[in-house]
Design a protein around this ligand. Structure first.
Ligand SMILES: [Zn+2]
Length: 166
């Protein structure tokens, strides 16, 4: 294969790879990721409710979400490197494209472990709590809170990290 063709193919592969990862909205703002020094970083904005104090527990909880988004972007980058014609549907079906329930359950586990570590009981941890009770407390919160209304049941887990309208 000629070098010109090779470089053309490489460029078009890169363009397609960048298309999914660097998709922007109508205002030109990145949707999924931003490129920083040749690496893709998840485009995540963390907001803290005005009434919530920004403490270790809340920060670690949000950090868990950032980690989930970054893992998805890394998986998407790896998948597009392997298959440059990766489709939007393929991207959505990556196992790293977690449901709302999965990312919140993980983040509230972090909240719970921080509470345990700092010996400050909260909704997700109390002295003498068994491991199964921890999951139960988290599930109860995710189900009953108006903010979530999600359950571990298939179909009840809420939207995924990457879910665009068709
Ligand atoms: Zn959360």
């Amino acid at each position: 294969m000629g070098t010109a063709l090779q470089s053309l193919l490489a460029r078009s592969r890169k363009a397609r790879r960048l298309k999914l990862l660097l998709e922007t909205d109508a205002q030109g703002k990145p949707l999924l990721a931003v490129e920083v020094n040749g690496k893709f970083a998840a485009n995540v904005i963390v907001t803290f409710g005005s009434s919530a104090s920004i403490n270790l527990e809340v920060t670690a909880h949000e950090g868990s979400h950032v980690e989930d988004h970054q893992k998805f972007i890394s998986a998407l980058e790896a998948a597009t490197a392997k298959n440059p014609s990766l489709t939007d549907a393929d991207a959505k079906s990556l196992p790293e494209n977690l449901t709302k329930y999965a990312t919140e359950s993980k983040a509230y586990h972090v909240s719970s472990y921080i509470a345990e570590y700092s010996k400050t009981p909260n909704e997700f941890w109390d002295k003498g709590m068994q491991e199964a009770d921890r999951q139960k407390a988290i599930d109860q919160h995710l189900k009953s809170s108006a903010l979530y209304k999600i359950t571990p049941k298939p179909g009840g887990q809420g939207p995924r990290l990457y879910e665009t309208k068709q």
